[in-house]
Write a protein that binds this ligand. Structure first.
Ligand SMILES: NC(=O)c1ccc[n+]([C@@H]2O[C@H](COP(=O)([O-])OP(=O)(O)OC[C@H]3O[C@@H](n4cnc5c(N)ncnc54)[C@H](OP(=O)(O)O)[C@@H]3O)[C@@H](O)[C@H]2O)c1
Length: 276
């Protein structure tokens, strides 16, 4: 029998990204009507082209928002303010926003969404474990060097499949409106410990190279240009000061089970990559 939530249209902004793809896939598997939104979809959604947002959100009942490059980036608050205006006009009935844990700039965007008048939930996540296998840090698998300005700080990396399962729960079930959930994995690890795990699981030598902020900025500048270099350097400076080391019980609170640990997630991802 169809529940009321199953008769609604769900949209995912960033539906080809790490969390968005998983959220869209889970919703589809559970039988929900789903509209995937990104720059290559129809309708198209581009953060740089607000004139197309109304068309993308027309007829949408529930919306999952992932913002790029990051809610801590300059201009994110203006974009999120405009998005919630368009969503309100389109009569979107529920919004879930993905946020980055411990980022001051992201908190401004969270407040905009939570104060928008649209029933909303914020899911604030620690760094994804999948950054090492499908994200910005996956180059270490080829180069053998995991280079980042994180010192000996510990991060309770979270499984993005856990994040997606939480997002789907709060999107489809009542009672989470107005809440902000912090999601982490079960144990804080240094990047050196992750490099050691990657070495063990791949059988290849992968070393952590702790950079200072200037070295890191120069390295990213070469690869990705000045905006990304400044954004990522400032993010490292902000969040790797110890504020995010402590794990939370957000995943257990929503899913009723423990979050998956880094070793299990990496092992599964590397096995899947070998089979592909
Ligand atoms: N990665 C993490 O560890 C982490 C942790 C916590 C929170 N977050 C938050 O997650 C968000 C995205 O991060 P992610 O690492 O998951 O991203 P991602 O995997 O790189 O995915 C980015 C998504 O955004 C789309 N996109 C790129 N440029 C776009 C544009 N101009 N307009 C519309 N869509 C665009 C991409 O699709 P197309 O290229 O197909 O358009 C893709 O679907 C950020 O707000 C970040 O703060 C990330």
């Amino acid at each position: 029998m169809e529940t009321e939530a199953q008769t609604l249209t769900y949209a995912v902004i960033g539906a080809t990204g790490k969390s968005g793809r998983r959220v869209a896939d889970l919703l589809e598997t559970e039988g929900y009507d789903i509209r995937r939104l990104a720059r290559g979809t129809s309708p198209r959604f581009d953060w740089e082209e607000p004139e197309g947002w109304e068309r993308a959100l027309r007829g949408v009942d529930r919306l999952y928002v992932t913002y790029v490059p990051d809610l801590a980036a300059p201009g994110s608050d203006a974009a999120i303010t405009r998005l919630v205006e368009v969503a309100r006009e389109a009569e979107v009935g529920r919004v879930v926003l993905l946020s980055g844990r411990g980022e001051q700039g992201a908190r401004r965007c969270e407040e905009i969404v939570l104060g928008s008048g649209i029933p909303a939930t914020v899911v604030s996540a620690s760094w994804f474990t999948q950054n090492f296998t499908e994200g910005a840090l996956s180059g270490a698998l080829q180069s053998g060097f995991l280079a980042i300005a994180a010192g000996q700080m510990r991060e309770p990396f979270v499984d993005v499949d856990d994040v997606a399962a939480v997002v789907v729960t709060v999107l489809t079930r009542d009672g989470h409106e107005g809440h902000r959930y912090e999601l982490t994995g079960p144990e804080p690890l240094t990047f050196g410990e992750v490099a050691a795990l990657l070495t063990e699981l791949t059988g290849r030598d992968i070393r952590y190279v702790p950079m200072d902020f200037d070295e890191f900025h120069a390295a990213v500048l070469q690869e990705a240009g000045p905006e990304t270099a400044t954004l990522l350097t400032e993010l490292c400076r902000e969040v790797f000061d110890g504020r995010n080391e402590k794990p939370t019980d957000g995943v257990r609170e929503i899913l009723g089970r423990a979050p998956r640990g880094v070793r299990a997630v990496l092992a599964d991802a590397l096995t899947a990559a070998r089979r592909a």
